[in-house]
Design a protein around this ligand. Structure first.
Ligand code: NAP
Length: 254
């Protein structure tokens, strides 16, 4: 995992973005780099895509490195966070964005599919946040931004496991916001609607059309819409915002 010490301008803040190799995570890493962050990205297995993002971040003037880590595995998370802190020296903003789906109607949903989605989306958020909490408390500041979903707020037929994981992320984040507020650390949720990424590329045209019919703004969005909201919550302009769920869903959940 280690490639030696990073030479970087330590006046720049550091962000750790899970699921940073693709989709919303990639776009978030780029937005944070544009705002002056150095960025550590975590990915599950797609080393080539992760390296491509590191190169893009470098082109934006950010110091960046990719870390392979399964966020649902406590040992891997602890080792990864330790390495990120050794390489970058600190982490000011954590974006828990890594997520998976395993859709199916309840009667056909296997226990494995339920457990896997909860483990990556909810337990992964818990493990990453816990692993960095001592650092946040020590530095008496920082931002935790957890990516939930409109589905965690409204539910969705065929996604009971995913909805449960994303609703769990909301309760988890509000609790963390209360626990860490005294140390100046904020914890917020961004709840995207339907976004054009690999995750939604597998949906049929008829399902996409039915979602578009439920979105007041009438269209899916691109990942930059979500990244912009995350970058705002990671900025000093959002220092007095904690414990909120910010929907970025074209009005779907109102
Ligand atoms: P995506 O394109 O499928 O990318 C998923 C990312 O998560 C990849 O970087 C992947 O790494 C990483 N990942 C998956 N499992 C992991 C694990 N166990 N450990 C570490 N990293 C892991 O997803 P997306 O559409 O950008 O979604 C990002 C987040 O937004 C997810 O939490 C998702 O639930 C949420 N969201 C998405 C939508 C949407 O419409 N797309 C809507 C609402 C919420 P590899 O590249 O190595 O596989």
């Amino acid at each position: 995992m280690s490639e030696g010490a990073l030479e970087r301008d330590t006046s720049r803040r550091v962000a750790l973005v899970t699921g940073g190799s693709r989709g919303i995570g990639r776009e978030t890493a780029l937005a944070l780099a544009t705002d002056g962050y150095d960025v550590a990205i975590v990915y599950a297995g797609n080393a080539e895509r992760a390296q491509a993002v590191v190169d893009e971040l470098g082109d934006l003037g950010a110091c960046a490195r990719a870390y392979r880590c399964d966020v649902s595995n406590a040992e891997e998370v602890d080792a990864c966070v330790k390495q990120v802190l050794a390489d970058f020296g600190s982490v000011w903003t954590l974006v828990n964005n890594a997520g998976v789906t395993a859709d199916g109607l309840l009667l056909r949903m296997s226990e494995d599919d339920f457990d896997r989605v909860i483990k990556v989306n909810l337990k992964g958020t818990f493990l990453m946040t816990k692993a960095l909490t001592r650092q946040f408390m020590r530095q008496r500041g920082g931002h935790i931004i957890n990516v939930s979903s409109v589905v965690g707020v409204m539910g969705n037929a065929g996604q009971a496991n995913y909805a449960a994981s994303k609703a769990g992320v909301i309760g988890f984040t509000k609790s963390v916001a209360r626990e860490l507020a005294g140390r100046g650390v904020t914890a917020n949720v961004v709840a995207p609607g339907f976004v054009r990424t690999d995750m939604t590329a597998k949906l049929s045209d008829s399902i996409i059309a039915s979602y578009e019919g439920q979105i007041p703004l009438g269209r899916l969005c691109d990942p930059d819409a979500i990244a912009n909201a995350i970058a705002f919550l990671a900025s000093d302009a959002a220092d007095y915002i904690t414990g909120v769920v910010l929907p970025v869903d074209g009005g779907m959940s109102m």
